[in-house]
Design a protein around this ligand. Structure first.
Ligand code: MG
Length: 384
């Protein structure tokens, strides 16, 4: 039993506004299309993914998909949605595919439970679609209100729609040229075949208009879990070095030494952020043995860590830092450092906290031999 998935991503995105087709617009830190690619790729039953792109969009799709591009085959679509689905089906024809899911890129958040339910339904019928009940009162009317329409037995149809591969391919091949088709499930019904209903999910709601992006971001945020991680760093004081703290050059009679610019604050935050996604530590990503990082501005280390969090759909909620030293006094520079960290992370300053303490002249910080910083990062991530 080989199951493939076709994602229709051939839209020009005119209704959603802007010049970027909506399947390539950013949503929760990634292009919209890569959300459904990743959801299908991470489902154990899906063996192959075909993305149907618009005429001339393949290069743009490859470039925008980032790492997700490794999981997909591209095929150019047609004028109508039906032509695009047909192109995807024909690409898979003769390759031993027995079941296929047909999905719209405009429904980026695809729960594994919906895929499970669809595939199980295919044991009983050649087609299956996810549906949600209609919640609002329905009524006819144009300028003035007409009669109510009973909601009983009405469904909102979502994608992916799931089919026995040979049955849906035959339905597409038999469809009369020039006749409009609403969706693939109706095409299968036209062949006299049954389509089962399975429970849909509000996460699958379609993104059509520009305002739908904000609603989708909010829906996504509601599914995230909070995670915090700590980072800690130390650098040695050395005469003649510059002192960089949080991306700000601080006037002082000595600075911190290290392979990069030795910004102890940014290093601690970088490690804290990497910790939230279990991505190791700063030394793994930027080895001190690599000459590229000699004297490097540490903002790029922090930007890299923040990028990794955002690639996972993560949201950085809060950064709290403590600087540990006898001198210099941090107070006069506190707001500049907070603003600098916030700018690097693209956060409001209110989400960055900076504190300082001495160690009562005890230990290496107390003797002024070096400076330490600790940070805690709190992020929201997909719960798994
Ligand atoms: Mg360091």
């Amino acid at each position: 039993m080989t199951t493939a998935a076709i994602i229709v991503a051939a839209g020009k995105g005119v209704r959603a506004g802007g010049y970027v087709p909506k399947q390539f617009a950013m949503l929760c830190g990634k292009v919209m299309l890569s959300h459904s690619v990743n959801a299908l790729n991470s489902h154990p039953a899906i063996a192959a993914i075909v993305v149907v792109v618009g005429e001339g969009q393949e290069e743009q799709a490859r470039e925008k998909l980032g790492e997700s591009v490794n999981f997909v085959n591209f095929v150019p679509g047609g004028n109508e949605r039906r032509d695009s689905v047909r192109a995807g089906l024909e690409m898979l024809a003769g390759k031993g595919v027995t079941r296929v899911l047909i999905h719209d890129a405009a429904r980026p958040f695809l729960p594994a439970t919906v895929i499970d339910a669809l595939l199980e339904a295919l044991d009983h019928a050649p087609g299956a679609v996810p549906v949600l009940p209609v919640a609002d009162t329905l009524a006819r009317g144009d300028i003035t209100l007409g009669d109510n329409v009973s909601r009983a037995g009405l469904n909102r149809i979502q994608t992916p729609q799931a089919f026995h591969f040979d049955a849906i391919l035959a339905a597409h091949r038999a469809w009369p040229e020039g006749e409009e088709a609403t969706d693939d499930a109706q095409m299968l019904r036209r062949m006299g075949q049954d389509v089962m209903l399975v429970p849909g999910d509000s996460m699958l709601d379609k993104i059509t208009h520009p305002q739908d992006f904000a609603a989708a971001e909010a829906r996504h945020a509601a599914t995230l879990i909070s995670r915090s991680a700590a980072g800690f760093d130390v650098h040695r004081f050395e005469a003649g070095q510059e002192l960089w703290l949080g991306g700000v050059l601080i006037p002082h009679d000595k600075g911190l030494s290290g392979h990069s610019d030795a910004d102890v604050v940014l290093h601690a935050i970088t490690d804290a952020l990497l910790g939230t996604i279990g991505a190791g530590d700063i030394g793994m990503h930027f080895p001190p043995s690599d000459p590229r990082w000699r004297g490097a501005a540490s903002a790029q280390f922090l930007e890299h860590a923040a990028g990794l969090v955002r690639e996972q759909g993560g949201i950085i909620d809060f950064i709290d830092v403590t600087i540990i030293c006898e001198a210099p006094k941090v107070g006069p520079h506190r707001e500049a450092i907070r603003a600098s960290i916030a700018a690097i992370l693209r956060l409001p300053v209110s989400r960055v906290s900076l504190k300082a303490t001495t160690t009562e002249r005890l230990g290496f910080t107390g003797r002024g031999e070096g400076m330490a910083a600790q940070a805690i990062a709190t992020v929201r991530l997909r719960g798994e």
